[in-house]
Design a protein around this ligand. Sequence first.
Ligand SMILES: Cc1cc2nc3c(=O)[nH]c(=O)nc-3n(C[C@H](O)[C@H](O)[C@H](O)COP(=O)(O)O)c2cc1C
Ligand SMILES: C=C(O[C@@H]1CC(C(=O)O)=C[C@@H](OP(=O)(O)O)[C@H]1O)C(=O)O
Length: 394
Amino acid sequence: MLRYLTSGESHGQSLITIIEGIPSNLNIDIDNINGELCRRQQGYGRGDRMKIEKDKVNILSGMRGSTTIGSPIAIEIKNKDYENWKEYMNPVEEIDKESKCVSKVRPGHADMVGSLKYDFKDVRNVLERASARETAARVAVGGVCKEFLSKFDIDFTSHVIQIGNHKLNKSFEFDYIKKESEISQVRCVDKEYENLFIDEIKKAKEEGDSLGGIFEVRIKNVVPGLGSYVHYDKKLDSELSAHIMSIQAIKGVEFGLGFEMASLKGSDIHDEIYYSKERGIYKNTNRLGGIEGGMSTGEEIVIRGVMKPIPTLYKPLNSIDINTLENYKASIERSDNCALPAACVVAENVCAFVIAKFFIEKFGQDNMKDIIKTYQNYLERLSDRGWKMDTKSI
Ligand SMILES: Cc1cc2nc3c(=O)[nH]c(=O)nc-3n(C[C@H](O)[C@H](O)[C@H](O)COP(=O)(O)O)c2cc1C
Ligand SMILES: C=C(O[C@@H]1CC(C(=O)O)=C[C@@H](OP(=O)(O)O)[C@H]1O)C(=O)O
């Protein structure tokens, strides 16, 4: 089974991850993983921390000469900002705990319950780990998984479809994919909306406020039959949802037409099935977003996530000092005021982990040669049953 752990505080020395279950003899291009980390750092609305960090992976184990050897892969991403924080964040030496002690808990963060649950007077012990800085490690994991999945032509893209009150029209979006190079600084595929999004973020910032929105992830060339209908924990959509929901500030997930389905009739939704000699089994629509009965259908997987507005506000909300219980305004930590473009990239990469996990479960784990063979056998069998899939790069 493919699995990983992450470790690391936002202003600690490094983020660390260990991934286990990546097959042997997979050639990995480190530049591609660093490229994913760079994409995650982009986006209008990010705060000053992104000017300090230049995230790059340091592979510590599990590979020799750019090739995996089947053992756990340990990856480090250094926090450059640690230099500015080491007197407060050193894990072993005496530190000055008082001067950076946080006690005015921020609504919408893990601050209050985290410090009660783990019995801390200093909320920094909570916020350092609850921070979305951790998503850099998850993107490194996704980067490795994307390297694996690219051998099977599985391809990921994402874009922002709503920020604040401005929302792209969904039906227009459905047959609209842009290449990475054409995606703007707010990861929007439409020029007019790009400007609206930027203006909205700018306005919120001037008001000391923050914004949320909706992003969309699309996954192409996933073979039919990843996941299963037989048990709750084998369903591809439930696992993808769980991983997207685990991203900081994500509050909902939908597939295909998603929540719009509530007001539509069955005949408006379910994708009709056809067969022709030339195309094999096919559908003309993909309203269910590429998953039926917990399994990939072979169509593009279309997932959306909603992100709440960033909780740290420069115009702080009412709160309390968790130690004195006095009423105060919440603490102001340096902050993004909108991070939808970054959340898009994180979502793509957590999806890459889930797809890789289900793929490996279905086609084997030990080495690339065996997996490719099993995959090809499966495609051949599907072809005998009328399904056609382009296998050009294998
Ligand atoms: C990419 C990304 C960047 C974020 N940046 C900030 C930030 O700068 N300031 C902030 O208060 N919250 C930020 N958040 C959200 C918080 O980490 C998150 O709301 C908080 O940890 C509480 O978790 P929850 O919203 O999932 O309940 C960010 C989230 C993501 C995904
Ligand atoms: C560091 C990242 O995001 C951070 C997520 C975050 C939060 O509270 O979640 C708060 C901010 O951290 P800082 O207080 O250091 O400015 C963001 O910059 C990152 O994405 O790499």
